[in-house]
Design a protein around this ligand. Structure first.
Ligand code: ADP
Ligand code: MG
Length: 505
């Protein structure tokens, strides 16, 4: 063998060895990454586990807190606010009523012509108006004048299908989804602004009085007959069509629940309210917390970095504002510790709230064999001009879907446990004894999360069933009540109308 040939052979052999070593190292590294990813997922799954026993503890804790919140002011993390709604719509309401729904970047106005049990909603007409951002952080008169002038314009555009009897004032139900201390069915003082609103000089003021003054400035003859929030609006809207609705739940950006309580079971109001009859309680359940809630380091991080640390703990496990953000925290750790997206961590993955719940839901629902939607969404989310997530492997996509599954199902199961807690509190969690008739119980749920995240809502329903058992759950109905909240406020204006005492409403 000549010198050249020997050198070539030696170099060739050395290169083959190096390549083999690289392949082995890559395989070892990638199997190490896989093992680390699997371990992190397993840990997540264990920490988020919601076996039946745990859910029962959560439901019991919810019930205990409900009792405590009803017993005394500040007795619980659950505010259990009195809504002053003691007459839910029955279906008998007739006449023209209006609703105004304020609680986000848009507000909605609605008119509805009610025709009693036989004709129900004869006609309704909604209109959505977006609020210019500068008004969300300006003065009170500016905001309320803007709203009232939209209302006046809406009234001016009324068609002939809507009739207001001569000599009668128009009546409005106001859905105001900010924390309010209610002082009567049609008055309440603002506790604080949330959701990006910050209006000077309004905290501690009566929001109905503010709106009424603005309506008068428009020379509009309209009376605010009911002040409610979206949860109570949902309950009322659903009750109008179904007399057995006794719980309303919101599962959207945030979460809350309201239910019908017997007045004698509200100790903090004894002496202040008649002891007979019923009262709708606004639970503000987003603020529920309990040592039984399964939480993780990811939840801790989310809470610490949130605008309201230590508050709304239940909401942070369940609602649409947070599910995507929990997922982002999980993926970030997987990227850091198990190189889920390759050797470097996509910088965008570090941006809080970049991963919204609708995107999580789209990935979670991906049924394609190669999880194409997951791949596309990840690319859209975390890719960029400079940093680019190359095509993710099927393994990576599967890990992402598994993480979605763990986080969404924990939320849905906890929401179900909350609902069962309410049913327990009002004695609707078991079938009648001695073969008697079990009353039908309907839970109305509204909100984009429940409406669009099917895996979440299916899991919620099946968990309620699992917790109640076949027999009891046969008489419990959980139903979507979308767009209940706007019309609900108009219906409450009708059921609390000033004209009720003078004959027909
Ligand atoms: P809000 O709660 O703000 O009054 P919605 O009831 O419409 O409004 O709920 C909107 C929220 O619902 C969004 O913030 C989002 O978290 C959630 N959501 C909307 N669409 C989807 C979807 N396709 N999948 C999962 N969640 C969704
Ligand atoms: Mg809403």
């Amino acid at each position: 063998m000549g010198k050249v040939a020997v050198t070539t052979a030696v170099v060739g052999a050395a290169m083959a060895c190096a390549v083999a070593a690289l392949v082995v190292r890559h395989r070892m590294r990638s199997s190490g990454r896989c093992a680390r990813a699997a371990a992190l997922l397993k840990e997540l799954e264990e920490r988020c586990a919601t076996p039946l026993g745990k859910l029962r503890q959560v439901a019991d804790a919810m019930m205990v807190e409900m009792h405590a919140g009803l017993a005394s002011e500040g007795g619980s993390k659950l505010k259990m606010l009195i809504s002053y709604v003691d007459k839910l719509p029955t279906g008998d309401e007739t006449g023209l009523f209006y609703a105004l729904d304020l609680g986000g970047t848009n507000f909605r106005v609605l008119r509805v012509q009610l025709g009693g049990k036989e004709h129900r909603v004869v006609k309704k007409e909604p209109k959505e108006v977006s609020i210019p951002p500068h008004l969300m952080v300006g003065g009170s008169d500016e905001l309320f004048d803007f709203i009232a002038s939209a209302l006046a314009e809406f009234v001016a555009s009324e068609g002939e299908d809507f009739h207001i009897p001569v000599g009668r004032q128009r009546e409005l139900g106001f859905t105001f989804s900010f924390p309010v201390r209610q002082t009567s069915i049609a008055s309440g003082t603002l506790i604080k602004w949330t959701k990006g609103f910050n209006i000077e000089g309004t905290v501690g003021e009566d929001v109905v009085a503010e709106l009424t003054r603005a309506i008068e400035r428009q020379c509009l003859d309209m009376r605010v007959s009911a002040l409610v929030n979206d949860t109570i609006g949902t309950l009322a809207g659903a009750r109008y069509y179904d007399n057995d609705v006794i719980v309303g739940v919101i599962l959207g950006t945030g979460t809350n629940a309201a239910y019908v309580e017997r007045a004698h079971a509200i100790p903090k109001w004894h002496g202040l309210l008649p002891k007979s009859g019923e009262m709708v309680i606004n639970m503000e359940w987003g603020n529920f917390r309990s040592s039984h809630l399964p939480t993780t380091d990811y939840d801790q991080t989310l809470d610490t970095e949130s605008l309201n640390p230590g508050e709304q703990i239940f909401e942070k496990l369940i609602s649409g504002m947070y599910l995507g953000e929990i997922l982002r925290n999980v993926l970030l750790r997987l990227a850091n510790e198990a190189a889920l997206f390759g050797d470097s961590v996509p910088p965008k993955l570090e941006t809080p709230f970049i991963l919204r719940t609708p995107v999580m839901s789209a990935m979670h629902h991906d049924n394609s064999p190669d999880l194409k939607v997951v791949g596309t969404k990840l690319k859209e989310l975390f890719g960029g001009m400079i940093t680019f997530i190359p095509n993710t492997s099927l393994k990576t996509r599967k890990v992402v879907v598994q993480a979605c599954d763990i986080i969404a199902k924990r939320g849905a199961r906890l929401a179900a446990a909350g609902i069962v807690g309410i049913l327990k509190k009002i004695g609707r969690d078991s079938a009648a004894k001695d073969g008697g008739d079990t009353p039908r119980t309907v839970v109305a749920i509204d909100g984009g999360l429940y409406e669009h995240y099917n895996i979440f809502s299916e899991c919620l329903r099946s968990t309620v069933k699992e917790m109640l058992g076949e027999e009891a759950s046969a008489s419990v109905v959980i139903k979507l009540a979308n767009d209940g909240s706007s019309i609900g406020a108009a219906l409450l204006a009708a059921s609390h109308s000033q004209y009720l005492d003078v004959g027909e409403s």
